[in-house]
Every structure is written in C-alpha cells, then in structure tokens.
Design a protein around this ligand. Sequence first.
Ligand code: NAD
Length: 354
Amino acid sequence: MAKIAVLPGDGIGAEIVPQALKVIKAVEKKFGRHFEFEKALIGGAAYDQKGHPLPEETLALCKKSDAVLLGAVGGPQWEKLPVELRPELGALLPLRKELGLYANLRPVRVFPQLADASTLKNEVVSNLDIMVVRELTGGLYFGEKKKEAIDEGFRVVDTLVYTTPEIKRVAKLAFELAQKRRGKVTSVDKANVLESSRHWREVVAGLAPEYPQVELEHMYVDNCAMQLVRAPKQFDVMVTENMFGDILTDLAAQLTGSIGMLPSASVGGRVALYEPIHGSAPDLAGKNLANPLATILSAAMMLRITFNMEEEARAVEEAVAKVLAKGYRTGDIMQPGMKQVGTEEMGDLVINEL
Ligand code: NAD
C-alpha cells in the first residue's frame, strides 16, 4: 500500500497538515484509493521530545515511505540552539540531502478568484502560471561555513559551491518541464559577479542544443526580482540556485495573493517531499487563522507526481478553486465582501467541494 510519512513540524504545521490529511482521506473515499499514513516528529517539536530536530526514526520512516508530507519547522524558542540543532539547519536541510531532493518545484499560479488579493494590479497577475525550479541541495546553504575570532570581532565565511553534475541535473529537469509547458526556460544567476554563476550559465547553455524546441534565456537575479513584479507573465519555467530560488519564490508568492497559497514538491530521489513554501508562522500558531491551501495544494502535487493520480490531483485543485469562487477566504487573502473562515473550516469546505 502507498505509504505517506506525515511530519506536521512546528507552529501552524500542526494545524495545516491535518487539513491536507482530511483532503487526502476524502480523495481515498471518492476515488477508491488507499494510503497508509504514519506520523513522526520533526523540527523544534522533535528537539523538545527527542533531543534532536531530525530523530533517526523520522529519517528512517521517510526513507521507507513513498512520499513525505511536511508542514513547517522552526520558531523563536529554538533560535538560540547550537546551529546543528536548530530546526531548519538540523532537520530540513539534512532531510533534503538524505533523500537526494536536489530540485524544489514551486508552481506560482494565480487563481483568477484571487487576482484582486495580490498587491499588484489584476492585469499584471491574472492567469499567471510560472514554474520555479530551485536547486535544493547545493549552493550557499550547503557550502562550508566558518566563524573565527579576529582582533576586532569575527571573520565569518559562507561558501557557494556547485559542481557541473549538480547544475546539469536540475537544469535538465527545467528543460523537460518547459517542453511540457510553454517552451521557455529562464536561468537566473549573477554571472556578472560570481564564478559559480558563470559556470552555472555555461552548463545550462551547454544543455540547450538537446532541447531545440525550448527557448533559453539568462537573467541576472537582481533584474529577475524587478521583472517578477514588473511583468511576471514573461516567465514560464525559471531555474536557479538554492538561495536565489528561496528569495525569489517568496517574492513570487506575493503575486498569488499570499504565501499561504504556494505549494511545493522536492524531487530527485526515490521519495519526494511535499510542503508549503511558507514557514511555521509563529504569529498565527494555535489560532485557527493559518491558510491551509498551500499544504492542500502540496498534497495535490503529491497525488500527481508520486502517485500518478492526475484526475485526483485535479479534483483537489478544482475543489480549492470552487471554494475560492464561493467567496471563502482565510485572513491572509481576505478581501471586502468575502466570507472569512478559519483553518479548519477551510479544510472542511474543500472536502465538501470534493
Ligand atoms: P513564515 O513563512 O513563517 O511567515 C511569514 C509571514 O507569512 C508571517 O506574517 C506569517 O503569518 C505569514 N504566513 C505564513 N504562512 C501562512 C499561512 N499558511 N497562512 C497565512 N499567513 C501565513 O516565515 P518567517 O516568519 O520568516 O519564519 C517563521 C519560522 O519559520 C522561522 O523559525 C523560520 O526559520 C521558519 N521557516 C521554516 C520554513 C520551512 O519549514 N520550510 C520555511 C521558512 C521559514
């Protein structure tokens, strides 16, 4: 039986993941599917109970499952821990590395019903559909880090490292996705300054002849940030290194109305991991205020990518669209004249539409 490891994590993770589970259970019922679920601790919650943010049993469970559904990790109470015990550095990054998840797919899609919820003009964002492919296990986040004392304080080092194969595999994925979409890849780098970016650009350009039907363009990351708010519809598939992708997708999330709307899939190994792009939102935790739709849409990506259940995935996405069309909103996407609901109610509404 298909097995899903369920890792709610910290903060709003404990509220949004149950909504996605409810939706998957409704899919089981409607389509006659069966999944096995097993929960485990990760992040600060795992540190508090087990002394480590990524306990061995959690990692073992993820490795023997078919897919992982994750909420979010982190919170102010764990920020002073030694680096290796902090939820993001001690759990999330090693989990991605251990599962070989080198690519993070972040679809930035604006539901027509939410075009007015964006801070940008309706005509700039309506029908926007971009796929960002973020490299996930290399670059600045994984390079060697150092902090050494000097006379006036410290000398601190973060290292940005990429190898040719690391760039090739993620770029190939971007080209393949573009072939199935509108046929354009924008590779984002900082080749005017960084050696690693110059190599990134060369490797990506070297692959282009293998995909003659895909148009390749290169763009500097600073210009890309500007273009994303100026004219985001120029993009189809965007591929970029780890930190650039992290920052640009938070920016892109706002085009969709809220970071609470953006799902993601991390792929590359046997087991894929599905999670919303946002964090644990400690300001909302425990208040039934968080938007669960990014997590529900991440579950839809899981149905499509890991389980090859296109019809089921579409049904979930359509149910979300219908709930929005009926005017239901969580606080983050609330607009005048709409009906505000909490996290749980939003989950129930999606199930009703299913
Ligand atoms: P965040 O994404 O948690 O929150 C940023 C803002 O977006 C906040 O105002 C929050 O209320 C809002 N927001 C986030 N998710 C929302 C949702 N589903 N519905 C409505 N509003 C939502 O980012 P942050 O505040 O920078 O970080 C908080 C904690 O999360 C930190 O400990 C950070 O390290 C961690 N974090 C974890 C992940 C992850 O687990 N993948 C990602 C980013 C940050």
